[in-house]
Design a protein. Structure first.
Length: 117
């Protein structure tokens, strides 16, 4: 349990994670919105692949999404202060740069080839 106390005037909140909660690694997020909601679809795209399966979907109010944006900015600033600047690729199309398919996918591992010279 993690006690959270964002404001001294409010009592602290305890956040509990269920024992069976499975972490999701994501290197791709698709963002959509309506007047009432912001939808974040988190996925993992493997090099050389053209399809990614959504592993988690988070729906938020626009206010909550803006607060998330602020919290992420603050946390990235703290991270960079501690570990150095995170450099981004110099591209006007960042998503194209980060998620373009690899030239050739890696060869699959074949156990029968192990130990052969």
């Amino acid at each position: 349990m993690i006690p959270v106390s964002p404001n001294q005037n409010r009592p602290s909140t305890t956040i509990e994670a269920p024992a069976d909660l499975k972490p999701v690694y994501s290197n791709l997020v698709r963002i959509a919105h309506s007047p009432a909601d912001v939808v974040l679809d988190f996925a993992h795209l493997m090099p050389g692949e053209t399809r990614a399966r959504i592993a988690a979907r988070v729906l938020m109010s626009p206010l909550s999404a803006k607060l998330l944006l602020r919290a992420l900015a603050e946390n990235i600033a703290r991270y960079e202060a501690a570990f150095g600047e995170i450099t981004l690729p110099a591209s006007s199309h960042l998503a194209d740069q980060l998620f373009k398919p690899a030239q050739q996918p890696p060869d699959p591992y074949t156990p029968s080839e192990e130990g052969q010279a």
